[in-house]
Design a protein around this ligand. Structure first.
Ligand code: F6R
Length: 369
């Protein structure tokens, strides 16, 4: 069943290029147009939408945080992403013009289900992004976009996350396509770039040996910090979550700009800090800001682990360890930048003697509130 891998998690990490391709299958044409027939909400209704609210838990919530950047950029619709467990209890403002997107691998997460029930009671339309055919969340939604990642057995989510991201980008781009925004050409270009992403994920997987070595060398540490900006921030949160759940280590993710507002006080000699660096092309302000963040933390003694685009020379002088990922548009970078963090957490947990498929205290699907 594990296909020769030592754990389901390793297999599922390796499955990701195929999983990502399967999420795109039949939904994209050669012209860069999207065909999402399963989104049965009529185009006229989608054009009426004036706000998008994403609800999810855990790793799916991190996918939703990234989706917010994509949706706001490509559709110019306001979008908020909220933990499903918090959503209901604050009396959220929803009506017929709100599109709620519920993201769930299992389709059975009780917090997410309760959030979507609440949203529908208020008249909002609900689109589910789900991996499990016929599960409760898609059954109770107005429409569903399945991720088609195949069964995910390991408790820690890997291929479900990458495919949730792809589905989120599809929703963002589709809303842009249906509503027509000034980004029409960009949308078609990005759809084509998304079609190439499976090969990029494959390339990342081929270069993971140094990441595994690094993970083993850090197995005795108590704390690892992760920092990122823009879509790199949710990637940092996801890297930290993987390490908590698998390696049982103290791991935290921060928005790089927040460091100076408190967390930088945590930095001490030798503390591993993983930094997700956006592409130096495109939004170069973002890139330059994070390069100065790396300098700041390194000046305080941190051991920097830098995840950056191939050919990004600016980070080299400040990286104690450099992990490179293929060039992608900034918004798509999480698809390649998350993969080394999954491998890192899996290897580190194994080096600490932990069972990666069944971490302590966790269940694959959380059907209680
Ligand atoms: C983390 C993880 C959990 C799930 C969360 C939501 O690796 O697996 O955080 O992402 O429990 O589960 P689903 O997506 O099934 O709603």
């Amino acid at each position: 069943e594990k296909g020769g891998y030592a754990s389901f998690m390793l297999k599922e990490i390796a499955d990701q290029p195929q999983a990502v391709a399967d999420t795109l299958l039949g939904r994209v044409d050669g012209e860069g147009a999207l065909h999402l027939d399963e989104v049965r909400i009529p185009a006229a209704e989608l054009r009426e939408v004036d706000k998008v609210v994403i609800v999810a838990c855990g790793t799916a919530f991190h996918a939703g945080m990234i989706a917010k950047y994509a949706i706001e950029h490509w559709t110019r619709l306001p979008c908020e992403t909220e933990l499903a467990s918090e959503f209901r209890y604050r009396d959220p403002i929803l009506d017929q013009r709100t599109l709620v997107v519920a993201i769930s691998q299992s389709g059975e997460t009780m917090d997410t289900l309760m959030a979507l029930r609440h949203a529908r009671e208020q008249g909002a339309k609900v689109l589910a992004i789900c991996n499990t055919n016929g599960s409760t969340i898609p059954r109770e939604s107005d429409a569903v976009l399945y991720t088609h990642a195949g069964p995910e057995v390991a408790v820690a989510s890997t291929k479900a996350f990458l495919t949730q991201l792809v589905a989120c980008y599809l929703v963002a781009l589709y809303l842009g396509q249906v509503r027509g925004t000034k980004w029409g050409d960009e949308i078609r270009t990005v759809v084509r770039q998304l079609s190439a992403i499976s090969d990029e994920v494959d390339r990342v997987l081929e270069t993971m040996e140094p990441v595994r070595e690094l993970a083993r060398s850090l197995a005795h540490h108590d704390t690892v910090l992760f920092v990122g900006r823009h879509v790199g921030y949710p990637v940092a949160l996801e890297g930290a979550l993987k390490l908590k759940e698998l390696a049982y280590m103290h791991a935290e993710g921060f928005a790089a700009g927040e460091l100076k507002h408190g967390p930088i006080a945590l930095i001490e000699e030798g503390l591993p800090v993983v930094v997700i660096v956006p592409s130096p092309r495109g939004r170069s302000v973002l890139h330059d800001k994070i390069v100065s963040n790396i300098q700041e933390i390194r000046a305080r003694g941190a051991r920097t682990v830098v995840v950056a685009e191939e050919g990004d020379e600016a980070v080299v002088p400040y990286a104690d360890h450099l992990i490179t990922v293929p060039a992608t548009p900034t918004l798509l970078q999480p698809l390649v930048a998350t993969v080394p963090l999954q491998v890192f957490a899996c290897e580190l947990a194994t080096a600490r003697g932990n069972e990666v498929d069944q971490p302590r205290n966790l269940a694959k699907s959380v059907t209680v509130e």
